[in-house]
Write a protein that binds this ligand. Structure first.
Ligand code: MN
Length: 459
């Protein structure tokens, strides 16, 4: 599979693409309809608000779709992703006039909303937002690239505001601004989901996520140089927006309904000046539902793989982990481990907090717990956890600025729950089970006469 169109064809062939009638408004209505198909189908809107360009949304609704996009069984997904993060694959540069994303080039009279059907998502949103823009940027200090997703509000026909949380692009921009330099970026929209997934890896700074996308595919990703800057972008994207982030310029942005299903209020954010837009012939625009299942799945699985990779460096006896759906694929993590030492689960809790500031609750369980079943995790808490000795609280550390229970500076308290059974007390923690007859299947244990009970007791 190569590009967005291949993935849409795959969804369509599997009855997972709803084609929506015309007459739907880009403002509010489009996302209301997409919401009705949440968890079930992606949506294709051929002409929302009469716009010439169609919109697709909801492209990764379930964990199993991610496995399909990666081309591996669901149980192999994290291992496959972790392999790709460990061994990025250099990209392959193709010529500018051979790149599908450069089929149409617009340098004059830039008008973002005329060229793209940009969606207004939630009730109180401050206006239309680009939510599926993959930002390719270059570190001015090292020349290395980064790929990440950022929310961007349309501020003028050729200007966007951009949210930079404290990760790689934020660091690139902070350096550029300290040198009074604009930071060149190119935003691409409409990719095969593998590229979007790669952008969510928690890779070290200056490891380009486009090279993780290559490793995920098992062959180099084709990239092309932007027209008005040196930034390399995926060659088969539907749209590209070339520009730079202006130093020492901020504008009012928001509100915006973010992934934890709360609004970020109005605030001052950096500004992208757009110089050039290119797109494929008959392009398709993509929007992501910021507060939907899609965002949880898209953000959750790459983070799980990255976290597993990092935690296993120090704790190879950590077996698996999940960022739970209720925790919005970001805040709550369940870690399965084979505990070897007294107290070790608490070290694992500390390791998880150290890996990403978003993480707020860590629950550690033993290897017999199925971490995809919330009742089993709760059973571990009910029977292997005592609050006076198995609870870890870290007060007022750096947390997510999008969590409304934290304070406006992003301070957030962390909680760790060691729900592993106590070492040296194997008898008390011996799990009850039945024995005998394990090899019999359900058919083989049924009586030949299914009506026997009725014959003996009815009437
Ligand atoms: Mn990065």
């Amino acid at each position: 599979m190569e590009d967005l169109r291949d993935w849409l064809n795959h969804l369509d062939a599997n009855h997972a693409l709803a084609v929506i009638r015309d007459g739907v408004n880009l403002e509010y209505e489009l996302l209301t309809i997409a919401d009705k198909f949440e968890g079930k189908k992606a949506c294709y809107f051929p002409h929302p608000s009469g716009h010439a360009v169609p919109v697709v949304t909801g492209l990764l609704q379930q964990r199993s779709w991610v496995a399909e996009a990666l081309g591996v069984p669901p149980a192999e997904m994290l291992r496959h992703f972790k392999q790709a993060v460990d061994h990025p694959m250099p990209w392959q540069v193709i010529e500018q006039d051979k790149a599908p994303v450069h089929e149409v080039v617009i340098k004059e009279g830039i008008d973002l909303k005329k060229i793209m059907p940009i969606v207004t998502h939630n009730e109180k949103d401050g206006g239309p937002y680009i939510t599926s823009g993959l930002v390719s940027s270059k570190n001015l200090e090292t020349g290395k690239q980064n790929l990440s997703i950022h929310r961007m509000q349309v501020q003028a026909p050729d200007k966007l505001s951009i949210l930079l949380l404290p990760r790689d692009l934020f660091a690139y921009f902070t350096y550029a601004e300290s040198q009074n330099q604009p930071l060149p970026i190119t935003i691409t929209i409409g990719h095969h989901p593998v590229v979007e997934l790669a952008s969510q890896a928690i890779a070290p700074r200056d490891v380009c996520e486009l090279e993780i996308a290559g490793a995920l595919r098992g062959k180099p990703l084709e990239v092309v140089k932007s027209y008005t800057n040196d930034v390399m972008i995926p060659a088969s994207a539907e749209f590209s927006i070339e520009g730079h982030i202006l130093p020492h310029v901020r504008c009012l942005e928001g509100p915006f309904g973010e992934f934890p299903k709360y609004y970020s209020g109005r605030g001052l954010l950096p500004v992208v000046q757009v110089h050039c837009i290119t797109h494929r012939k008959n392009p398709i625009y993509q929007t992501n539902n910021p507060a939907g299942a899609e965002n949880i799945v898209l953000g959750g699985i790459p983070r799980e793989a990255s976290l597993l990779q990092r935690i296993q460096l120090n704790f190879p006896n950590v077996l698996d982990l999940r960022l739970t759906a209720g925790g919005q694929g970001r805040y709550h993590i369940v870690i399965k481990m084979k505990k070897r030492q007294y107290g070790e689960a608490k070290n694992v809790i500390a390791a998880a907090f150290a890996c990403h500031y978003d993480i707020k609750l860590v629950t550690v369980v033993d290897e017999d717990i199925d971490i995809d079943v919330p009742e089993q995790v709760e059973w571990a808490l009910a029977t292997r956890f005592q609050a006076d000795k198995d609870l870890v609280v870290i007060n007022r550390a750096l947390g997510s600025k999008l969590d409304p229970s934290g304070d406006h500076r992003g301070l957030s308290s962390k909680m760790g729950l060691d729900a592993t059974a106590y070492l040296g007390d194997e008898e008390r923690f011996y799990v009850s089970k039945t024995v005998g007859g394990q090899t019999w299947d359900l058919q083989s244990v049924l009586h030949a006469d299914a009506g026997l009970f009725k014959k003996q007791y009815a009437g």
